[in-house]
Design a protein around this ligand. Sequence first.
Ligand code: GAR
Length: 215
Amino acid sequence: MRVAVLASGRGSNFEAIARAFREGKINGEVAVLIVDNRKAGAIKRAERLGVNWLFVDPCSFPSREDYDRRVVSILKHLGVELVCLAGYMKVVSGVFVESFRNRILNIHPSLLPAFPGLRPHKKAVRYGVKVSGATVHVVDEGVDTGPIVIQVVVPVSPDETEESLSEKVLKWEHRIYPQAVKWFVDGRVRIEGRKVIVEGADYTRLPVVPALEDF
Ligand code: GAR
């Protein structure tokens, strides 16, 4: 399957996904990395990994919908079937969601529906939660609201900071995101309303539900 990754920043999740394809753990390829930020660290990673990348400048479009129409047309032209948002800081419009219904994934570093939106680690630490984590979900019209594919639980210690929590959770992100992509590529994912079911997966164990199989 041909997959696209959209990123705005550092790109470590993009790299985890691209490496999983390159190592043959997932069938297919990352057809393109699209960035909305010319300074995104993800660009250097793409160059290092030999993945095509494209900067689509938000300033060149009058609205979010126009921007998304352009991105969608690039993705369709490239034969992309699955879109992975990886630290993509734009909220995708209905135009985008409709064009790739149930074919857009996002990773968010909290146990959704807790702490959606910006700076989830800061919110989690301030709130005093004892566990946090990360979620890969299907993207719908809301912000971090779509059906959940996989989650990981990470303990939060009394002296936790936004930075320390972010570091701990990120290591797991690099495993759960490629795993979710692999399940989609392998055709094992069924979406029934808000429920995402991965055929044959193990839903009985923590810290990752459903359990990791390949990463
Ligand atoms: C990751 O922690 C990702 O979960 C988060 O941004 C970081 C991007 O890091 N995404 C969001 O907060 C989206 N709401 P990366 O660029 O190194 O993959």
